[in-house]
Unconditional design. Structure first.
Length: 458
């Protein structure tokens, strides 16, 4: 493992320096240790919406007999004021979670915050148009005041949550804090049009991701991504310090996890190689998330970011082509001694294709895609996250469209099957590794996920 020494952008936890890895640290073997037991407490730091990565951890916590506690981001009223959940909303959310929810709004980000009577960042963006946004400028002094308001609001709410949570975790028990907060795109119409061109545009509709990052709009989005995706992990670790100290003093242990993305090793040309989706704008915030874990780890706090594979979700579907990295999982299932169960997954995917289309031809198309000079150029870990290019957009988005057309319907895709498998495999990997984590940042690649799935279904 290689390291470089840098000074972080923020002096998180009052540390001056932190070691930063410049090569991935993969989890290769299936973890088996488990310190969590009945009446220990699992805390989901982020509201559960639909099905996603967090469900896998919750399932494992439930199997272990842990008490499950969640939080809420709250809701906005008609005037965008943040409020707790109503009794009906709270009841629905608790059924969805399968546990109790502390009803203190923990909406992250500052895009809708401002000093009293002053415009929010979202208000400032409202006048931007598709023609003007690259030249429009923001008042950064005012943006900083809004950020300070948003951060104070969030940290004050964290303090309230922790005060209530403190009485729910018995002395001597173990606590598992799972951070799931991510995102931060302001809700403005102009960004939808920009996103369609940057993440979905080919040919004349292509737009450079660098154009967004160099604009004031892009810089604001990156700031908000940092607050939502990364800094909230810091606020969680800091805010739970008293709980952590009490539990450790009375014989318990505390663990923290967060979900990262920093590319994934998949089978390319017969061996596992790191690759990534380009352009992943949130990548800058995901690296900041890694730094938070590394700094906490250096202080003796077991905080681990798990970089998980690309999957299809409601939020990821804006990134056309992100799903292409999923297909080699089928080959990984076979390579990691999957046997009859692995073959059943191949069969489940075959039936989703149109008559005359074969799964082998689909995978050959993926092999050709990954073997191209265009894609090889972007397999550069040290340079991640890289800007897109017209050649990349044409190849990636074009390949995505061609493969989608091979299916009987867009409503039932091979990537739906494979996404569900990834979610199933990552849950136990994260849960058991967190008992005795090997590093502050770990990669869950296709090899260990295939091993986990094959073991579960053998």
């Amino acid at each position: 493992m290689l390291f470089i020494r840098v000074r972080p952008a923020l002096q998180l936890f009052a540390m001056k320096e932190v070691e930063i890895m410049i090569s991935p640290v993969p989890l290769r073997d299936i973890p088996k240790k488990n310190i969590f037991r009945k009446n220990d407490v699992f805390v989901l730091f982020g509201e559960l919406f639909g099905r996603g990565y967090a469900n896998g951890l919750i399932n494992e916590a439930r199997k272990a007999g842990m008490t499950i506690i969640g939080v809420t981001v709250g809701r906005r009223d008609e005037e965008n004021r943040l409020r707790p959940l109503t009794a009906e909303e709270l009841a629905t959310a608790e059924v969805n979670l399968g546990g109790r929810i502390i009803n203190v709004p923990l909406m992250a980000g500052f895009d809708l915050d401002a000093p009293a009577g002053e415009p929010t960042p979202t208000d400032l963006l409202a006048g931007m148009t598709l023609k003007s946004w690259q030249d429009d400028k923001l008042d950064w002094a005012h943006i900083e005041k809004c950020r300070e308001v948003g951060v104070k609001r969030f940290k004050d709410s964290v303090a309230k949550v922790m005060s209530e949570l403190d009485g729910m975790i018995p002395d001597g028990s173990n606590a598992f804090f799972a951070h799931t907060m991510a995102g931060g795109i302001p809700k403005v119409k102009v960004f939808l049009a920009i996103a369609n061109r940057i993440y979905k545009g080919q040919g004349e509709r292509y737009m450079s991701s660098r154009a967004l990052l160099d604009s004031d709009l892009g810089k604001l989005i990156l700031m908000n991504f940092d607050e939502v995706t990364a800094n909230t992990f810091q606020y969680l670790i800091e805010g739970s310090e008293a709980i952590r100290a009490r539990l450790e003093k009375t014989g318990g242990q505390v663990r923290y996890t967060a979900y990262g993305y920093h590319g994934t090793e998949i089978l390319i040309d017969g061996r596992y190689q790191w690759q990534t989706y380009t352009n992943y704008t949130q990548g800058h915030a995901k690296m900041r998330l890694e730094r938070v874990a590394e700094i906490a780890w250096a202080k003796g706090i077991k905080a681990t970011v798990y970089n998980c594979p690309e999957i299809r979700t409601n939020s990821s579907d804006i990134f056309v082509g992100v799903e292409l990295s999923l297909f080699p999982l089928l080959k990984a299932l076979r390579q990691e001694s999957g046997g009859a169960w692995a073959e059943a997954q191949w069969d489940a995917c075959r039936v989703l294709l149109q008559d005359g289309m074969t799964l082998e031809s689909l995978l050959q198309k993926i092999d050709s895609y990954n073997a191209s000079d265009v894609m090889a150029h972007f397999r550069n870990f040290e340079a991640w996250p890289m800007d897109n290019s017209r050649e990349l957009a044409d190849l990636m988005i074009g390949t995505s469209g061609e493969i989608t057309q091979m299916h009987k319907t867009r409503e039932a895709l091979v990537t739906d099957v494979l996404s569900a498998l990834v979610l199933e495999g990552t849950g136990p990997l994260m849960f058991f590794e967190t008992s005795d984590p090997a590093a502050p940042v770990l990669w869950l690649n296709h090899d260990v996920i295939a091993k986990q799935l094959n073991l579960m279904h053998s």
